[in-house]
Ligand binder design. Sequence first.
Ligand code: CAO
Length: 437
Amino acid sequence: MAFSIKLSSIVRLGRGTQLFSFNSIRYGSVIPFKLSDIGEGIREVTVKEWFVKAGDRVSQFDNICEVQSDKASVTITSRYDGKIKMLHYKIDDVALVGNPLVDIEVEDDIDNPTIDDNKNIENSIKESTEENIPSNKETAGKILTTPAVRRIATENNINLKNVIATGKDGRVLKEDVLEFLNNQMKKLNNEKNTSKISMNKIINIDDEEVVALKGYEKHMWKTMTKALSIPHFVYSDECDVTKLLELRNETKEYMKAQGIALSFMPFFIKAASKALVEYPRLNSWLDETTQSLRIIKRHNISVAMDTSDGLVVPNIKNVQSLSVSQIASELNRLQELGRSVSFPLADLTGGTFSLSNIGMIGGTYTKPVILPPQIVIGALGKIQKLPRFDNDGKNIIAANIISVSWAADHRVIDGVTMAKFSNLWRYYIENPALLMI
Ligand code: CAO
């Protein structure tokens, strides 16, 4: 469910007359279509896919491109009818909010107008804008103009004080605003060319490559730097997963027939949720400013996921109400999104407790890093066949062992609570039938 930016561009000019849209003010005008503010404090995005190329015709709401911030993927749709003149970025380039994504040669509502038609349009604009000027000469911060022109300026983040006015009595005309826009475009293109030249200078060294951090990598930088200030208490243990292996082997094929790939992870997740029922404080967000814990009843379990674009941590919502197979199905869905690296924002936000399974790669113990504002993360090592004493303590048997390491924010969680939680989690994992009830 990627969200799209959809803005109506119909301009109504006085007395309810709908004359034309802003994008058809002048037939053939080239308009920089800028990346709008997409919320969540996102200032820059990486361009992941173009749905258009130069020369393509687009209509309002047609898909232009897919961009990815450090939080989500967003499909950008056209605000204009017209022809794509130029794409400002290549795939994987970083685009800044407020800067042009593409140039669009906008079209008039009237097909192929003749010069006279254009004149008529211009005239009707003039007439209508004149009609819209209030009798007391409406001003905006002492700038004399019409509401329609002011709206165009607002849509394009233009401060009217910077526009050279050529109208009567210093009035800013829409032509002035368009001229200003054109100049800005030229300036921006020059700046882009200059920065490209200096960047080439840096990376054209034979034995080095400069790689700028992007998207999820930048997010990892931010959250992990923030996590540095958290005093981590780490508690590790091992757990016999022999019964779990059997249970999973027994059910795996059946689940596969239902279209669900069942790994160990859904059991680890369910066991964490069941243990959280007993230790609800661990499912919290820490508010450092008010020094308070927000204990959350929903178990939105975040799962560290390896993707081609780096570490992403989507979460499975309301695990407390889900069965193991429902968790498996949700995990499959997230893994599918991980393959195309296109997570909707909703899957990436709201996590309350984290698990990281790195065991399919290897490793025994690891020290996981907490994902603030959460306060606990668990990490799993590789399942290994290891010699262990049986329950009587007399015979050595081949046991299937997995190690688990919990990291807790020691400002708010003490070691004993973490150890008790871990024991309960281990109990569920060693008696996995309980997870199916
Ligand atoms: N030990 C041994 N085998 C394991 C295992 C473990 N701890 N965990 C999973 N496996 C097995 C699975 O059972 C599966 O085998 P089958 O094909 O026989 O079923 C295989 O390894 C691959 O598993 P998977 O990756 O498809 O599925 P999963 O549910 O176990 O894990 C996910 C899902 C998203 C956790 C995993 O794909 C992933 O991305 N892990 C990396 C997490 C990570 O990057 N952690 C580090 C964070 S800090 O940088």
